[in-house]
Design a binder for this molecule. Sequence first.
Ligand SMILES: Nc1ncnc2c1ncn2[C@@H]1O[C@H](COP(=O)(O)OP(=O)(O)O)[C@@H](O)[C@H]1O
Ligand SMILES: [Mg+2]
Length: 254
Amino acid sequence: MLEVRGLTKTFGSITAVDGIDMQVAAGAIHGLIGPNGSGKSTTMNLISGTYRPTAGQVLLNGAAIGGQPAFRVARMGVVRTFQLTRVYGQLSLLEAVRIGALAGNGAPWNPRLWRPFRHDHPATEAAHDALRRMGLGPHADRNAGSLPSGMRRILSIATALAASPRVLLLDEPLAGLNASEKAEVADRIQQLRQDGLTILLVEHDVRSIMRLSDRITVINFGKVIATGTPAEIGRNEAVITAYLGDRRPAHAAG
Ligand SMILES: Nc1ncnc2c1ncn2[C@@H]1O[C@H](COP(=O)(O)OP(=O)(O)O)[C@@H](O)[C@H]1O
Ligand SMILES: [Mg+2]
C-alpha cells in the first residue's frame, strides 16, 4: 500500500535518511523505531510531503507521491498528526478538528477558518465524525487548551482523522504520557487499525510498539538494520545492540 524505495534526505553534510526501503501493508500498524537522531521523523516528513526527498521514491498503491506538497499528499490519503500549538488551545475541540478536515479537503489556510462556521458544512460533519470515532464527541464544545495531556493527544489524532486518511502517520503519540494515558491512546490507535486504517507508527515505548505493531522496521544512522514481526525484532542481535539493549520488555526477552 505504502512503499518507500531508496528514500534519502541530506541536510547540508548530514545524511539524515540514507536509502531506506520499507513496505507498509494495507490495514497494518507498521512500527518504525531506532535511536534518537536515526532519521525516524525525517522519514515521516518525507512521506507526508513536509520535506522533499533528496533521492528515492514514496509510492502509494504504486503511484509516486514523493516530493509533492503536504496538502496534496494529504488529499491523496496520507496524513500525519501535527503538534497542537497554543493557537489550537483557544479553539473548541470541534474547531480544532475542523481545521484538519479542511486541510484534508485541500483547502488553503484562510483566517476565516478560525471564525465561527455553519454547522452543515461538510468539514464540520467530518470533524464531528472524527471526534466521535476518537471518543471525544461529548467534549466537542470544550476548549482544546483545557484538555489533559492524554485527551490532547487523542485530539491531535482526531484532527488528522478528519482529513479522511487511508494512511495515518503517528510520530511518538505516547511521548510524555503517563501509563494510563498511554494505554488509552494505544487503545484508540488499535481501534483505528480495526476500522481499516493503515498506520505508520514511530514510538519509543518499546512495550507499546511491540504490542501494537504487525511489523516493525528498525533504522540506525538513517539506514534500515532490520524488518520483521515484533517477535523477530525482539530477538534480532543487531537491533538489540543498536537500540533495544535492556529496553526489551520482559516477555520479549530470551
Ligand atoms: N531540518 C533539519 N535540518 C538539519 N538537520 C536535521 C533536520 N531535521 C533533522 N535533522 C538531522 O537529521 C538527523 C535525523 O533526525 P530525525 O529524523 O529527527 O531523527 P529521529 O526522529 O529518529 O530522532 C539528525 O542528525 C538531525 O539532527
Ligand atoms: Mg523524531
